[in-house]
Design a protein around this ligand. Structure first.
Ligand SMILES: NC(=O)c1ccc[n+]([C@@H]2O[C@H](COP(=O)([O-])OP(=O)(O)OC[C@H]3O[C@@H](n4cnc5c(N)ncnc54)[C@H](OP(=O)(O)O)[C@@H]3O)[C@@H](O)[C@H]2O)c1
Length: 309
């Protein structure tokens, strides 16, 4: 991969914590313990969404982060419901109410319906920013051409896309082709989700363990390829040789990418999150980075001309 530098101010921290389990697999007490463990580890950026656990994630985060202005809070709208400006504004009002905040640091469009008109969506994000309700604008789960289209429309509104939230991990590397180079070129921060492949890269499934991949059909499908399970098993072996947890290597590998993505960590318990937090201070050697990268075929370049590399 080419070493690229990100120009422009990066509005987010190198690591953040995603609260998708708050109010779901993590009850209020487990969520509080996770929140405090993350704070102790130096994490100040917390990610949630309107859709997570019917609003319980935002509500719990709102209670935990109440009256704290030292935190960077991100949420998302537009995963469900229509993408017209009024509906998205109404969703965001509910987010702010659950989070007990007049404003949040970062608001993402959670998902783009390609049949929708992009202009009202971009208009909504620019509007709430101009009203001081958000500091930064984000997009999640969009193709690169869609981000650039949104960026052009944002420019008409006098603003810009600050953050992209794509999926990225050892066995899901599509973002390397267009999204991460685009972010580097455009000065867009890349806060990437699922650094552990939803738990696959912890190595627990090879040992007959259970979790999201055995409980949620969408994740079972997403991580169903045998090559992915094989890479997870080999990662576990490399981790044993290095004397660390596979999750530590998986997260450290994402963070060590030349594109400098900023992984969003997550877990359902303090015990689970510790190996991911350990990655924040783990130095991955270039040799081990390359060995891990070689566990999965790199995606073809956008031109599909592998012979030019
Ligand atoms: N924008 C989007 O569309 C989108 C999508 C997904 C996530 N996100 C955000 O990104 C955050 C992180 O994504 P993610 O939850 O998919 O991250 P991940 O790190 O790939 O997966 C986390 C899951 O892995 C399992 N796990 C973690 N540590 C473990 C350990 N030590 N041992 C065994 N299992 C372990 C747990 O699931 P089980 O216990 O159930 O196995 C945990 O919930 C989310 O919280 C959310 O904020 C955004």
């Amino acid at each position: 991969m080419t070493q690229l530098t990100t120009h422009g101010k990066t509005p987010v921290r190198p690591f953040s914590f995603g609260t998708m389990q708050f109010g779901g697999k993590a009850d209020e007490a487990a969520s509080q313990a996770l929140f405090e463990t993350c704070l102790d580890a130096g994490i100040t950026h917390f990610d949630t969404a309107y859709i997570y656990n019917g609003g319980a994630s935002e509500e719990i985060l709102g209670r935990l982060a109440k009256d704290r202005d030292d935190l960077y809070i991100a949420t998302k709208v537009g995963y469900v419901g229509s993408c017209n400006k009024a509906d998205m504004l109404a969703q965001f009002d509910i987010c702010r109410s659950r989070l007990q905040r007049d404003s949040v640091d970062l608001l993402y469009l959670h998902h783009f319906d390609p049949t929708a008109d992009m202009r009202p969506i971009v208009d909504m994000l620019a509007t709430v920013q101009s009203r001081g309700m958000i500091r930064h604008i984000g997009l999640s789960n969009l193709a690169a051409w869609q981000v650039m289209k949104a960026q052009a429309i944002e420019a008409e509104f006098g603003t810009r896309i600050d953050v992209l939230q794509p999926m990225y991990n050892l066995v899901k590397r599509q973002a390397e082709v267009e999204l991460l180079p685009m972010c580097a070129d455009q000065g867009i921060a890349a806060c990437t989700y699922s650094p552990l492949g939803g738990g696959l890269l912890t190595g627990k499934y090879a040992k007959g363990g259970s979790g999201r991949l055995t409980e949620d059909d969408r994740y079972a499908t997403r991580y169903s390829l045998p090559v992915m399970s094989h890479a997870a098993r080999r990662l576990t072996e490399l981790a044993a040789e290095a004397g660390v947890h596979p999750a530590t290597l998986a997260v450290a590998w994402v963070a060590a990418s030349p594109f400098r993505p900023q992984p969003i960590l997550s877990a359902r318990s303090v015990e689970q999150v510790q190996p991911s937090l350990d990655a924040m201070s783990y130095t991955l050697t270039p040799d081990l980075y390359s060995k891990i990268a070689a566990l999965m075929p790199a995606p073809a370049p956008a031109t599909d001309r592998n012979d030019d590399l």
